[in-house]
Design a protein around this ligand. Sequence first.
Ligand SMILES: NC(=O)c1ccc[n+]([C@@H]2O[C@H](COP(=O)([O-])OP(=O)(O)OC[C@H]3O[C@@H](n4cnc5c(N)ncnc54)[C@H](O)[C@@H]3O)[C@@H](O)[C@H]2O)c1
Ligand SMILES: O=C(O)C(=O)C[C@@H](O)[C@H](O)[C@H](O)COP(=O)(O)O
Ligand SMILES: [Zn+2]
Length: 359
Amino acid sequence: MKQVSVSVDNHQYPIFIGENLLSSGSLISDYIASDQVLIVTNPTVKELYLQPLKDALSSFQVEVFEMSDGEVFKSLETFEKIMQQMLLKGFRRNATIVALGGGVVGDLAGFSAACYQRGIPFVQVPTTLLAMVDSSVGGKTAVNHPLAKNMIGAFYQPQAVIADLTCLSSLPAREFSAGMAEVIKYGLITDFTLFEFIEQQSTALLARDAKALSSIIERCCQIKAEVVNADEREQGVRAILNLGHTFGHAIEKAGNYRHWLHGEAVAIGTMMAFQLACCHGLIEQSYVERLETLFLAFNLPTKVPSSTNADELFETMRHDKKNISDKIRLIVPNGLGTVIITEQFDRDQITQAITSCFD
Ligand SMILES: NC(=O)c1ccc[n+]([C@@H]2O[C@H](COP(=O)([O-])OP(=O)(O)OC[C@H]3O[C@@H](n4cnc5c(N)ncnc54)[C@H](O)[C@@H]3O)[C@@H](O)[C@H]2O)c1
Ligand SMILES: O=C(O)C(=O)C[C@@H](O)[C@H](O)[C@H](O)COP(=O)(O)O
Ligand SMILES: [Zn+2]
């Protein structure tokens, strides 16, 4: 088992990465504060992994909240249902929420933990690649608003993250690829060696080779932990984790949170950020092509349909939480494995970058 540590203010917590961790009662028990536990999950994950987790928690009084599966259910409505269930079941302030699932479950369960009686402990048990490398780590929790993504939320850190690699064997190929978009992001923002490793190991990764997977998951968690440790509340450097997301969130919204997976939208959004940077002399065309080749190797989309409304995407981007004025704050590459946070691009330049990724 590998371990990475996150350390923010006066809270430190471990990320455990290994095989068969889900059923290890001794591991998870250490992070449960009292006998009351609410597992938040969805029908897909419940079917696969609820029983081993329940067995591991057999010494606790466990309730389950089953939310519907899908990004559209990362909503205030589902949040309210969790609050209702916890209140009706008499959950106290020392109860623990366990998020069993991908990023949708994790973000919603984390936000619920942040709000219930002003904050109760929670544990992340991520079951998708994306959740293992990104959403379970760092304490961004949220629900979506019809106007834009993740608009209502809190920075709220878990007690522990338990990433059981065996869960990845049941992950559909499309979901695995979506997770790879965030993995590639880490290579682009700070660690070009990781990017090159992914290029070299693409066949092994697509075959879900355990050694290659465990190595990239550990590296991504290390990078995310370093960034979060330096800037938990995104006052500065943490924004680099948002590469491709300003475009990506607008793309997700334009598809009503149903058409594109988060990772897919991030892949397209990253291509837009790369086109923008290339068009304005920050990076070479060869880097843009190299990234597109890697995304395509993982069956990720790099373009939106030409029927996409670039102005509508731009209007959604104006709601982005990174913006501190009427300028759009973007993360763009300025070299191999490095990025800058900038407001230098105007509306025309940004919409041009969007249309340059039309199919
Ligand atoms: N908080 C953060 O820092 C952060 C970071 C990145 C993404 N996110 C959020 O995460 C969400 C995306 O997360 P996701 O990609 O995990 O999607 P998801 O949670 O929707 O899970 C993807 C699909 O896989 C299924 N699934 C989960 N685990 C499985 C398994 N082991 N085997 C088979 N099926 C499984 C789920 O039921 C779902 O249908 C988005 O809402 C995004 O905004 C948050
Ligand atoms: O942890 C972060 O910081 C990130 O930006 C990680 C992103 O991959 C993630 O999608 C996050 O939820 C986006 O946050 P938001 O603040 O842009 O809503
Ligand atoms: Zn993301």
